[in-house]
Write a protein that binds this ligand. Structure first.
Ligand code: XUL
Length: 579
């Protein structure tokens, strides 16, 4: 590769189990990839898949991440990849984790020297005020979540300010727990980084502020005002200046690319990077995922995995305790909505197994036939199938099936089972998809003329929203992108597509690299924008360059089917009200 004068852009993905780094060229083609697997490559840390699990407490050794950064570049060098051609680096990291740094950290980062050993040798333990960083799977902060919500008047009020209700994993509750339970650690901490800003700091060779989009995963940042919320900060520290200093406030705004610095001379000398190689802010992994696709506002990404997750780009700041809104990492005046359901594949698989009469075959034929069978009459049926407690709506595990009056939408009776198990196959996918449709509706600004005006003055309630039914009749996403295991199942994906109703088509793709790729694309666009080689906004830029052939076009919108599902909105709302 040496000798070619191509320019390359690196995207990191520091997830729970591994550090991955991809290199792309200007045509967005992946030219190289390296991975470090935490458990395999660093057995000395004795992690289980990258984390320590002690009951509810789940955290990660920070020193291991430093070793991983050295190892990944060593792998690039060993492969013969010419790192001197890298123009810019950005990336994504697991969200919510916090790294506690000592007063010596900034100086040590600034004086990193390629001749004085590894990152580990030069930073551990002096730069760290705490050996581990809480991991997003931690659920030990119940008490602190209460404190956060009580301080502002409840979950919905906290969501209005910070884009999310209190969550165990969110950084603010984690910092509060450390301040309460480890006061010495808190006192010795001079800077608290998110995982994303920590990696960016190491690469830049200087402490960098938090990146604003990722900072929305803390329950501390006022998303509308775009500054830390004083009242929430004061829960952690009565002295506002102290905590603001520790958080290196204010975060780096996402409106346009901000070049943090050139790469630290440590990496230039050790691995042959050009001293001009630019470091741009890193973001959270879900935020990087939306950067990996040409998502414009009103486009949605539907991940049909063990859980169902929706990511979407919106200009509407319409927060809810049931989902998350983050500032968009690359598009001004935009947000990323994230809706996470617990019950996805597992719930569907249970119905599949019942339909098959056994639990071993895993064959989807009967399920898919029932799901695609238009003659299977379920126009007056609605059901929710939650073998696990659900987040949206927030309820315990439950199954509930009902018949309703198709004219009014009101429930007429609850039943233990429908006429045939086949109905469950159709009803579960319909209600899962319909739940997504009604939850994304308030976040969409694209409108279509309503074909249906029946019952439109009825009021329907979903979670904290209470709107006239008509609100749901004219909001449709533009494009839908389906990813995750079940997106390979045509019957399931087509039903989701019908119900969600994207007007500009439905696409399917495999996403093994989405977080790292989002980092690569962000690095490339930031570098071109910063050096005035492009003036395009991120979404325009990506739409122009994106390898659309890598996506599979699944189907057009089906207007008739979409409109038909208008009739199930009231019944779903009424059914949820009884849970
Ligand atoms: C998002 C979350 C996870 C982690 C995974 O809120 O907690 O998706 O970001 O790394």
């Amino acid at each position: 590769m040496t000798g070619s004068q191509e320019s390359y852009y690196l995207g990191f993905d520091l997830s729970t189990q591994q550090l991955k780094c991809l290199a792309i060229n200007k045509e967005l083609k992946i030219v190289h990839s390296e991975t470090v697997d935490f458990e395999r490559d660093f057995p000395q840390y004795k992690t289980t898949k990258g984390v320590y699990i002690r009951g509810d407490v789940i955290d990660c050794p920070v020193a291991m991440w430093l070793e991983a950064i050295d190892l990944i570049f060593a792998k690039f060098s060993k492969s013969g990849f010419d790192l001197s051609l890298v123009k810019a680096i950005s990336g994504s990291c697991q969200q919510h984790g916090s790294v506690y740094l000592s007063g010596a950290a900034d100086g040590l980062l600034k004086s990193l020297n390629a001749n004085k050993g590894s990152l580990f040798d030069q930073l551990v333990p002096e730069a760290l005020a705490r050996e581990t960083a809480p991991n997003w799977q931690d659920h030990s902060t119940g008490k602190q979540c209460e404190e956060f919500q009580n301080a502002v008047g409840g979950p919905q009020e906290l969501a209005k300010i910070t884009g999310s209700r209190a969550h165990f994993r969110f950084t603010g509750t984690q910092i509060l727990k450390i301040a309460e339970e480890e006061p010495e650690v808190y006192a010795n901490t001079k800077a608290i980084a998110l995982v994303s800003s920590f990696v960016a700091s190491v690469l830049s060779g200087s402490l960098t502020a938090l990146e604003e989009a990722d900072a929305c995963g803390m329950n501390l940042y006022d998303v509308a005002k775009r500054e830390f919320d004083d009242k929430l900060l004061s829960l952690i520290d009565k002295d506002k200046t102290t905590i603001e200093k520790k958080l290196l406030a204010p975060p780096i705004k996402c409106d346009k690319p901000v070049r943090l610095s050139s790469i630290s001379s440590y990496f230039a000398e050790k691995y042959g990077f050009s001293p001009d190689c630019s470091i741009f802010p890193f973001t959270g992994d879900n935020l990087a995922t939306i950067c990996s696709l040409p998502l414009k506002k009103n486009d949605v990404l539907v991940s049909l995995g063990t859980s169902t997750t929706i990511l979407l780009v919106t200009e509407q700041y319409h927060p809810s305790a049931d989902y998350h809104l983050f500032i968009h990492p690359t598009m001004p005046n935009s947000y990323m909505g994230m809706i996470c359901y617990c019950n996805g594949s597992l719930a569907r698989e249970k119905i599949r197994d019942e339909l098959n009469g056994n639990e071993t075959s895993r064959d989807w034929t009967l399920f898919n036939e029932a799901l695609s069978d238009d003659s299977l009459a379920n126009e007056d049926e609605i059901g929710v199938y939650f073998p696990l407690g659900e987040i949206v709506p927030s309820v315990e595990a439950t199954y509930k099936r009902a018949k309703f009056d198709p004219k009014s939408g009101e429930i007429t009776k609850f039943v233990d089972s429908f006429e045939d198990k086949k109905h469950d196959a159709k009803n579960i996918v319909e209600s899962q998809a319909l739940s997504c449709r009604v939850r994304i509706s308030p976040l969409l600004s694209s409108t279509v003329s309503p074909a249906n005006t029946k019952n439109q003055d009825l009021t329907v309630k979903f979670d904290y929203d209470e709107f006239p039914l008509s609100e749901y009749f004219h909001k449709r996403p533009n494009k839908a992108f389906f990813v995750g295991g079940a997106s390979k199942n045509n019957a399931i994906v087509k039903k989701f597509a019908q119900v969600i109703g994207a007007t500009q088509g439905n696409y399917r793709l495999e996403t093994p690299n989405s977080c790292a790729l989002g980092g690569c694309y962000k690095a490339l666009w930031s570098d071109l924008f910063y050096s005035k080689q492009t003036t395009l906004h991120y979404d325009q830029f990506l739409n122009e360059r994106f390898p659309w052939d890598d996506l599979e076009y699944v189907c057009d919108s089906d207007d008739g089917a979409w409109n038909a599902y208008n009739n199930k909105i009231v019944p779903l709302s009424r059914l949820e009200a009884t849970l």
